[in-house]
Design a protein around this ligand. Sequence first.
Ligand code: HEM
Length: 421
Amino acid sequence: MSENGRCPVVHFDHNSEEHSADPVASYRALRQQSPIAYTEAWGGYWVLSGYKPLFEAARDDDRFSSARLDQYGGEGLSVVIPKTKHPFHIPIEIDPPEFRKWRKIINLITAPAAIERMEPIVKHYVTWFIDQIIEDGQCDMADVIGVPAIVTVDWLGLDVAEWKRYASAFHATLVAKRGSEEYRQAVEVDFPYLEKRTREVIAARRANPTDDIISYLVKSEVDGRPVTDEEVFSMVDLLLSGGVGTTASLTSNTVVWLYQNPEVRQRLRDDLSLLDKAIEEFLRFFSPTQALARTVTQDTELQGCPMKQGDRVLLAWASANRDPEQFENPDEVDIERWPNRHVAFGLGVHRCAGSHLGRAMAKEMLTQILTRMGDYVVDESALKPYPQQGTNNGWMSIPATFTPGPRVLQGSADPEAIPSY
Ligand code: HEM
């Protein structure tokens, strides 16, 4: 271990196999060594693994910028390390004050009242997904958890028939290994195709608006002018990447954990009113979005560590959520933990815009899983984790058996006939 100012230079890489093998232990070791550390992986970056430094940096957009600054850390999406070749994302890659007018547009469609109106759609799709497998008594629970992808695609106004392609492409860029066939297929084939399709829908709604989110976005204004098609695409692409993977990751982790902890599963089955607080605890415990990045805008110091303009910084939400200085018994799940000031949705102005939708989808999936297939048994020997856990964590495959039950929706047995809501 060497020193960078008073802060250690460590051997750490959140994208490595070593870290993916046990992210909790890996972050714990790092946090115990130093809550702020520097690693030379990926051209060098700071890792904020303690709650305190992360809290300070995430709320200071002047010094820790989310903007796409290509001169630092290369070209691409600013909030991940290494940067990926994603289209520009509004508003996550914009700093205040410019940021605010964009977030205002998004807030209107993601506020609690707007999400309450979506509840029937969420319920409809969860019911349909479970109908597909409920009579068989066996399934891959990771498939049931495709719900967030289809809900997001339908909500935005994209073609529901293509939900699987959206789901797998966005999923692959977050969890597949770079260089793998799955990653190549997503980046070189699926994304160009989906980008074209999304742009076609935006142009179609510009010409003939309906009542979907894309129509709302094309009718929005900033600085007294209409939002352009390019800007609409930026927001839609971000809503897709936010909406598709995160809630699936939360639910897949929770489902496996509840199988391994049958007494907690039984408590929830007996009293579903415990779910709201329990979901907050699962968010803290699993931290579906493990870490995101910022860029240092000026030479500065963070809690004694000297940082230089252009340095890249990883905000490890997952690690802050297990910091014993902030949470009593952080490695234990207490489904009634309260208050629970977790940072699973981030902190500061960029705090997750989709938190209410994410919670609503997770709650409906868990409610129906616990009530319709609540005695499920997971085949732990066949569980497959995401190959890479640096940004999102979770399970690719969760083979399970359960007591069969009846379908609810008419004609829902045909998986090709997706009943649009
Ligand atoms: C369990 C579910 C979710 C988790 C854990 C999660 C996590 C996060 C985190 C940590 C951030 C902060 C980004 C930063 O500070 O750089 C964020 C931002 C964001 N999320 Fe989520 N998210 C979830 C669900 C969703 C859903 C369902 C959507 C949309 C449909 C969504 C859309 C967004 C957007 C648009 C932003 C950017 C906000 C901004 O820059 O102002 N998220 N999310």
